[in-house]
Design a protein around this ligand. Structure first.
Ligand code: SF4
Length: 386
């Protein structure tokens, strides 16, 4: 009998990529492939890339170089290399030049939501509920790499939840780049087209309404979805990420407060504690608006803990602006903070508009200060619960 062809997926980056890889695995299984134990022994090697920072791209390129060297040394035929994920935004021509060992490029949206995922975890499942992003934060590559935001239909999500419940799953994380804008009505966006067609634009040309969606009347769709998912008796815990401040409506705060099946940990990226930096980032909220959401969440349930993402060394970040972020960290007391040093991503608005003018050693120092305050000092103060 002819042996089954095998695949192996090497995943870089965020949880969305890991979730996409589960669907790619489902796609390969549906085509009769079996999973190889390692990339050294597969027929098809799928590399799911991340482009959020330059370093992430270097890691993918370094990995592929290592694969080529490995097989060359052994004098063996290397596997077919298929590249997917966020680096696809570079375009085919550039990618084939950048990484000549790549045999095929697979845009992630061709895998589709409907592909049954192969999950290793049998208790907790990641469910993508939207893809892409309509919010053009100036530093971010996602709106270009993953395209416009699309919400997955309610019925389709619920069918997947039902299947998972039948298989014995009890914990679910709903995933989206801006998960809490799921199902909202679009205002319309023209910025990307403008950016692609015209070389020149200013910060003022960027869409002013960060959400790009109409404010919902009544209960926001995402709250209705949370209620529907938590209505299953078998589901005991629901998480969601990443939520963003501009679509964190009052009704969502109230729902998180009272619906105890929703995890008490809320991840709410702030990126900076300085209004001026937030403006340059086009985040669409002020420090005070962020603080208001935090206060309301903690009023709704004092047990709620909050985590965040922060970028230090954004172009033009002065000592005073950085001090505002330090001050906010002390005020909010985040449980966890993913602090990153700014690195310009070619093609993004900040790359076009601003010089990367903060020296690396200043970025590093700022990173250390925030990491200490948020992640290390907190650990000493809080008992670790196992
Ligand atoms: S909300 Fe902003 S940071 Fe998040 S994916 Fe969209 S553009 Fe990027």
């Amino acid at each position: 009998m002819k042996a089954k062809k095998t695949y192996y997926i090497h995943t870089f980056g965020c949880q969305s990529n890991k979730s996409d890889s589960e669907r790619i695995a489902g796609d390969y299984a549906a085509r009769g492939y079996s999973e190889a134990k390692s990339w050294q022994e597969c027929d098809d090697l799928i590399v799911n890339t991340c482009a959020i920072r330059q370093r992430a791209e270097h890691r993918a390129r370094g990995f592929l170089h290592g694969v080529v060297v490995h097989f060359h040394k052994l004098g063996k035929q290397r596997p077919k290399i298929i590249l997917t994920g966020c680096m696809v935004h570079h375009g085919y021509d550039k990618l084939y030049k950048m990484m000549p060992m790549v045999d095929e490029i697979l845009p992630i949206n061709e895998v589709g939501f409907n592909q049954a995922a192969i999950r290793k975890d049998k208790k907790h499942a990641w469910i993508p509920i939207s893809t892409g992003c309509n919010s053009f934060c100036t530093y971010c590559i996602v709106p270009y790499s993953r395209g416009r935001e699309q919400s997955r239909p309610f019925e389709e999500i619920m069918q997947e939840v039902e299947r998972l419940v039948a298989e014995g799953y009890s914990e679910i994380t709903l995933l989206g780049m801006n998960v809490n804008s799921w199902g909202l009505e679009k205002v319309g966006i023209g910025f990307r087209k403008m950016m692609m067609e015209h070389q020149e634009f200013t910060r003022e040309d960027l869409p002013s309404n960060q959400s790009q969606y109409l404010t919902p009347e009544g209960i926001p769709p995402f709250v209705k979805l949370l209620r529907a998912v938590t209505a299953f008796d078998e589901i005991v815990k629901v998480r969601f990420m990443s939520s963003n401040p501009w679509d964190f409506h009052e009704e969502l705060i109230a729902e998180v407060g009272k619906n105890k099946k929703i995890d008490r940990y809320v991840h709410l990226p702030v990126q900076s504690g300085s209004d001026a930096v937030l403006y340059r980032m086009n985040r669409g909220y002020t420090r005070q608006q962020y603080l208001d959401i935090v206060t309301k969440l903690r009023t709704a349930d004092p047990e709620i803990v909050i985590g965040t993402d922060i970028i230090v060394g954004f172009p033009g970040e002065t000592d005073e602006e950085f001090a505002d972020t330090v001050d906010l960290a002390k005020q909010v007391d985040w449980k966890v903070g993913f602090v990153a040093m700014y690195s310009p991503r070619p093609g993004t608005a900040s790359w076009k508009l601003y010089a990367d003018d903060i020296p690396h050693k200043v970025k590093k120092k700022r990173w250390e200060i925030l990491d200490q305050i948020i992640n290390k000092d907190n650990l000493q103060e809080r008992p670790i619960v196992v």
